[in-house]
Design a protein around this ligand. Structure first.
Ligand code: NAD
Length: 350
């Protein structure tokens, strides 16, 4: 069987540790090229992994190689410009989260991808967590009834990433854009992707470039992009989203704050027939007039591996990815509306 020929654009922290590793392990895939604006890095990683082609730009890749798909793992502001170049050539696109940083650029991309029959998947890794898919199946079978309130949260104590993430022109936003996108997407998907009606929120740069000792943070592999250490984004955001079906979602995220560090995304869901929480997965209900609390047992999975394999399977089997560009856009619209609400000190009606 012909393998899916893929290239990775932006072979930085996440791509080297996960995308490259799992795509090379996938028997249906051949990693044929690496691209990085730091071409020395692209070359070094390519040689280390036996990949024969490397480039400094996506144009260089697309002009000289025939490929089926790209995995875009560059800073957020470059996702859509790169995706458009791939889609123009009919190349399928996996985009790391968030899909982009502006609504118009994403809408233009969606049109282009549709016209060129290009499949798109956004890297919303947490949907592939085993406990998330188990909970989703409970919800889809109606075990919780109608959901009316969801609380979703991820607080880091001192976990502000180092590099372009804090520079709004490159990232599009801070904690909300970086980790809030995961928290919101997971909660929204579990709720059945309801249509948002209004958003109110506050985004705050509270601790900023802290100098705390003995802490470790995620760091970009490109320390030139934000050489001046610009910090013009939020490190705490909280919002309240009303959906057209009557449900509401409360989201809270922090890269850094004075308080307990969360070990992962925590979500609590309240329905009229039952409730649930993630981390650990617990299902609450009532049976025979008795309150119940169940903790399903399951083996954990490797979420990145399952996510990347899913996209390859979609290409091989002509299936639609679990998170398409339209869903990526819907989540981006909610994130940007929360920032707008914060700036304008009012509820934003969608
Ligand atoms: N799904 C997840 O859980 C997850 C986790 C971490 C990061 N990410 C996402 O992955 C993306 C990359 O994050 P990272 O932490 O690896 O950052 P990084 O800075 O370490 O890597 C980005 C790489 O892209 C290169 N680059 C920048 N602009 C480029 C361009 N125009 N063309 C080619 N190469 C370019 C940089 O030199 C760098 O090597 C971000 O969008 C981030 O949000 C997702």
């Amino acid at each position: 069987m012909k393998k899916v020929r893929v290239a990775i654009i932006g072979i930085g922290a996440i791509a080297e540790s996960t995308h490259l590793h799992y795509l090379m392990e996938n028997e249906l895939t051949e990693v044929v090229g690496l691209v990085d604006m730091d071409v020395n890095r692209a070359e070094a990683v390519a040689k280390k992994n036996g990949i024969s082609h490397w480039f400094q730009s996506v144009e260089g890749l697309l002009e000289s190689m025939v490929i089926d798909a790209v995995f875009i793992c560059t800073p957020n502001s470059t996702h859509i410009p790169i995706a458009k170049k791939a889609a123009e050539k009919g190349v399928h696109v996996f985009i790391e989260k968030p899909i982009g940083i502006q609504i118009e650029e994403v809408e233009e991309y969606i049109e282009l991808a549709r016209a060129n029959k290009v499949k798109t998947m956004v890297g919303m890794t947490h949907r592939f967590r085993r406990e998330a898919s188990i909970l989703k199946s409970y919800i889809d079978k109606g075990k919780l009834g109608d959901l009316y309130y969801v609380k979703a949260k991820l607080f880091r104590g001192r976990g502000t990433p180092i590099g372009w993430f804090t520079n709004k022109s490159l990232s599009g936003g801070g904690a909300l854009m970086d980790i809030g996108v995961h928290v919101l997407d997971l909660a929204w998907w579990l709720m059945g992707c309801p249509e948002p009606r209004a958003i109110s929120g506050k985004a705050i740069g509270a601790l900023g470039n802290y100098q705390t000792k003995y802490t470790s943070s995620w760091a970009s592999k490109n320390n030139q992009l934000n050489a001046n250490h610009v910090f013009d984004v939020d490190d705490f955001s909280s919002g309240w989203i009303r959906f057209r079906n009557g449900a509401v979602l409360n989201i809270e995220v922090a890269w850094a704050m004075h308080g307990e560090q969360d070990e992962g995304i925590s979500i609590e869901l309240f329905g009229d027939q039952g409730g649930a929480k993630l981390n650990p997965l617990t299902i609450y209900g009532e049976e025979n007039g008795i309150v119940t609390k169940n903790e399903p047992h399951f083996a954990k999975n490797d979420v990145f591996q399952d996510e990347l394999n899913h996209f390859i399977d979609c290409l091989v089997e002509q299936k639609e990815p679990l998170i398409d560009a339209e869903q990526g856009l819907s989540v981006l619209k909610m994130l940007l509306a929360l920032y707008e609400s914060s700036e304008e000190e009012r509820e934003v009606i969608l």
